[in-house]
Design a protein around this ligand. Structure first.
Ligand code: ATP
Length: 456
């Protein structure tokens, strides 16, 4: 278990208090495993997604972007194996009517009997569980006004299949040859019935998936490459290395299509859990879709005359799980001269707001100068203006959302056009000339960073 102050309850309550992430449909009592992202949550999530695109297509030349449809032809899921095999084993309790994952009825998963929470489902005096049945996780809907045979479609349970369906089209216009990748970010949907642990497991969630197509003989080498590249990426987000690990799947854990899979895991307050899966999918998907569609999904090398079905390495990450890992890794509590403070020590590049501009008082021309400073900064970085409440309370508010710098305008600012820059982590306050402020802050933002929680 983590050794710091963070617990899942504290994260949930901070997120709700500051409107970062909160239960969806709350006025109707909420809906299971479904959350909405408020202003700061959207900004934080966007930083995660931007960092992923940067790593995939900004920093490399061998990957192209795609945004495929959520509802695809239903035969997609026949070919991919999802219709037959994307299931969880479930049991129902005839007494309380609750449904449980049959493979999660152990102490490790912490699922409790609703009538007697001190015991596991099935162990209470009145528990009466059914046999396990396989339950498909895909959400079904229909196309057209009438529900008739052949009109059933599915909300995608992963973004990857859209990439395989478009393989041939993308190959045609992207002017790439293996090794090359296709990357996409978008919503996926799974009818998960298990308790969610906040945004760790939700019914709808955003995935960041990349399918990397390689010559068959090179697959293992590229698998190892992506294991390393993806671990590096999480460290570059500022997540502490000792809270990250790679866990290779055992042979009996592997999906039917995979010859090797490893999970990037993070030490959440609920223990080590999957952040991202990196799989060597072989040629399973392209072969399946070629068989079911009748289209040839292969690569023909004009120079060598070689023709082959590329193998695929897939790093598949969840935006919500990365966001939750950032929140957990950054959460801290400290004592400021006898006053408790909650602070998110986020990597400045990940912080929803980079700088808050705060006039010390709401008079004497300070708000006007503060607006001028805010306008100077807003095109360079996400900036916020706040004049409500004591300066201490405003600092606390910014600390709670992880704003790395607060710029304060005081009476001296009006005399000599300097401001103070307060650092969230060191709490130092430096005087900086307004004219130099944008460059000073941009320099801080670009500087190397490690979590101050490491030194603690
Ligand atoms: P788990 O074993 O936790 O159910 P998985 O192995 O089924 O996850 P994948 O199919 O490999 O997950 O999906 C890739 C990534 O998508 C996961 O590593 C995770 O980050 C994210 N993800 C999958 N299911 C969910 C969900 N229900 N809610 C939030 N994120 C999810």
């Amino acid at each position: 278990m983590p050794d710091d102050a963070v617990t899942m309850d504290k994260i949930v309550s901070l997120c709700k208090r500051r409107g970062i992430i909160f239960p969806a449909s709350e006025i109707y009592g909420g809906i299971a495993n479904t959350y909405d992202y408020g202003h700061y949550g959207v900004l934080l999530k966007r930083n995660v997604v931007d960092a992923w695109w940067q790593a995939m297509i900004g920093d490399r030349d061998d990957i192209v972007a795609l945004d495929s449809a959520i509802i695809q032809h239903p035969r997609t899921w026949e070919a991919s194996g999802h219709l037959a095999g994307f299931t969880d084993p479930l049991v129902d309790c005839r007494t309380c009517g609750q449904r449980f994952r049959a493979d999660h009825l152990d102490a490790e998963h912490d699922v409790r009997c609703p009538r007697k929470p001190s015991v596991l489902p099935g162990q209470g005096p009145d528990c009466n569980l059914t046999e396990a049945r396989e339950f498909n996780l895909m959400f079904e809907t229909t196309i057209g006004p009438v529900q008739e045979a052949g009109s059933t479609v599915y909300l995608r349970p992963e973004t990857a299949q859209g990439i395989f369906l478009d393989f041939k089209t993308v190959l045609g216009f992207a002017r790439r040859k293996p090794p090359f990748g296709i990357a996409q970010v978008g919503k996926s949907f799974r009818n998960e019935i298990t308790p969610g642990n906040f945004i760790f497991r939700t019914l709808e969630f955003e995935q960041m998936e990349m399918e990397y197509f390689v010559p068959p003989d090179d697959a293992h080498r590229w698998y190892l490459h992506w294991l390393e590249a993806r671990m590096d990426w999480y460290e570059r987000l500022g997540i502490r290395a000792d809270h990250l690990r790679l866990r290779a799947h055992e042979q009996d854990e592997l999906s039917h299509y995979s010859s090797a899979t490893s999970d990037v895991e993070y030490l959440y307050p609920i223990g080590w859990q999957e952040l991202e899966g990196i799989a060597n999918r072989g040629n399973f998907d392209l072969t399946q879709h070629a068989e079911h569609s009748g289209e040839k999904l292969e690569y023909f090398d004009q120079q060598s005359g070689e023709r082959y079905v590329p193998h695929v390495i897939e790093p598949a990450a969840g935006v919500g799980r990365a966001t939750l890992a950032l929140l957990c890794d950054a959460y801290d509590e400290d004592d400021l001269g006898g006053e408790a403070r909650t602070v998110l020590k986020l990597h400045p590049q990940m912080a929803p707001v980079k700088v808050a501009v705060l006039p010390l008082v709401r008079k004497d021309g300070q708000p006007e100068l503060a607006h001028e400073v805010r306008n100077l900064l807003r095109r360079r970085m996400q900036t916020e203006y706040d004049e409500g409440g004591s300066i201490g309370r405003r600092y606390r508010r910014q600390d709670e959302i992880g704003t790395p710098w607060c710029v304060t305008i005081d009476h001296q600012s009006l005399e000599d056009r300097t401001v103070t820059v307060r650092d969230r982590d060191t709490l130092t306050q430096d005087r900086v000339a307004i004219d130099e402020l944008p460059d000073v802050l941009a320099g801080k933002l670009a500087a190397p960073w490690t979590s101050p929680k490491l030194a603690a």
